[in-house]
Write a protein that binds this ligand. Structure first.
Ligand SMILES: C[S@@+](CC[C@H](N)C(=O)[O-])C[C@H]1O[C@@H](n2cnc3c(N)ncnc32)[C@H](O)[C@@H]1O
Length: 336
């Protein structure tokens, strides 16, 4: 079994356990665009902070020469096992289990002297996570209401739902799920959990389904609520903020950061972070007496520069891989 933040290289290492049978593979999103954006150099050192099932990692390794290096990170022990199984024999490859909120510590350990040439964050969940009923991410299969990416630590969704205050629950469903019926759903959950703890995905889906008065076309009524609870249980926005903050310091001059987000709240954070790391100041806001703040004369430090415009999947990819439809890729570079 692996420990948090621990790493391994070889098949014989403690990271290896019995092969994880995959109910489905994960198709990497915006693959060519990520490779172009990272401008992979054969002798470069890269971090894939969201290994998943290694779609992006495999393509990066293909482009690396003998001197190249790839550090893979994932907080999901199944992903780490899959990584050790697939690439554990490759001396250029290392995998660590951990939360990318701790990227500075995980990737800073044994980092190349100059820094990394590229860091990838492909946010959200992988298809194997969604497709395994026992992981409790999906309303499509009944299973225990877990939803933790790291199954070795933290509160499950069932435990979280049992204790969260109804006002906070409503707020989370409204903001993280962008759900307009958040109040009705939060109240329905509150009423249901008094009767009996909510411990399965099917029960939660049925409670939400009954609470939602109008349905969206082609969308299960519980989609937004499940997304919101997953993001809260895994503190996904907080982890993203911490990883973004660490990334410029981990990059070598000229090194690139690539972030694929699937949610407007994530993308907005990435956009704002890149702008502020590029030295852009937010527009000055007048105070209650109509006064503008003093003009700042000191030039802000430029830690990153945006590269190109955000990239979204073309029609062909969106048709082949429905999961890619909401994806948005942003690239930034540490100035040389
Ligand atoms: C969209 S999948 C990545 C798919 C991958 N690029 C591929 O091609 O197979 C996201 C992965 O990131 C992991 N993940 C999400 N948040 C994380 C975090 N805060 N720290 C580490 N891993 C995380 C998830 O466990 C999941 O395996």
């Amino acid at each position: 079994m692996t420990r948090r933040g621990s790493s391994c290289r070889k098949r014989s290492s403690p990271c290896r356990s019995d092969r994880v049978a995959e109910p489905s593979d994960h198709r990497p999103v915006l693959l060519e665009e990520v490779l172009t954006g990272l401008a992979i150099r054969p002798e470069g050192a890269y971090v894939d902070a969201t290994f998943g099932r290694g779609g992006h990692a495999a393509a990066i390794l293909e482009r690396l020469g003998r001197e190249g290096r790839l550090l893979a990170v994932d907080r999901d022990p199944d992903a780490v096992t899959a990584a050790a199984d697939r690439f554990g024999d490759d001396p250029r490859f290392r995998v660590a289990q951990g939360d990318f909120a701790m990227l500075r510590a995980i990737a800073g350990n044994n980092a190349p002297a100059n820094g990394y040439d590229g860091i990838l964050l492909d946010l959200g969940v992988s298809s194997p996570q969604l497709d395994r009923p026992e992981r409790g991410f999906s309303f499509r299969h009944d299973g225990p209401l877990d939803m933790r990416m790291d199954t070795t630590a933290g509160e499950t969704a069932a435990e979280w739902l049992a204790r969260v205050e109804v006002g906070e629950l409503e707020q989370i469903i409204r903001t993280l799920g962008e759900e307009r019926f958040a109040r009705r759903i939060a109240r329905a959950i509150e009423a249901a959990r008094v009767e009996q703890p909510i411990e399965t995905t099917a029960r939660l889906a049925a409670i939400v389904d009954a609470a939602v008065p109008r349905r969206e076309r082609d969308k299960h009524p519980a989609t937004r609520t499940f997304q919101a609870i997953r993001m809260a249980v895994n503190a996904e926005l907080e982890a993203l903020d911490a990883a973004l903050e660490a990334a410029p310091d981990l990059l070598a001059p000229g090194g690139r950061l690539a972030v694929i987000s699937f949610h407007s709240l994530e993308d907005r954070r990435v956009k704002r972070f890149i702008r502020s790391a590029a030295g852009e100041r937010p527009a000055a806001v007048r105070d209650s007496r109509g006064r503008l703040p003093p003009i700042e004369t000191e030039r802000p430090e430029v830690r990153l520069r945006p590269v190109g415009k955000p990239v979204t999947p073309g029609d062909e990819e969106a048709r082949r891989n429905p999961r890619a439809r909401s994806a948005r890729l942003r690239i930034a570079e540490r100035p040389a």
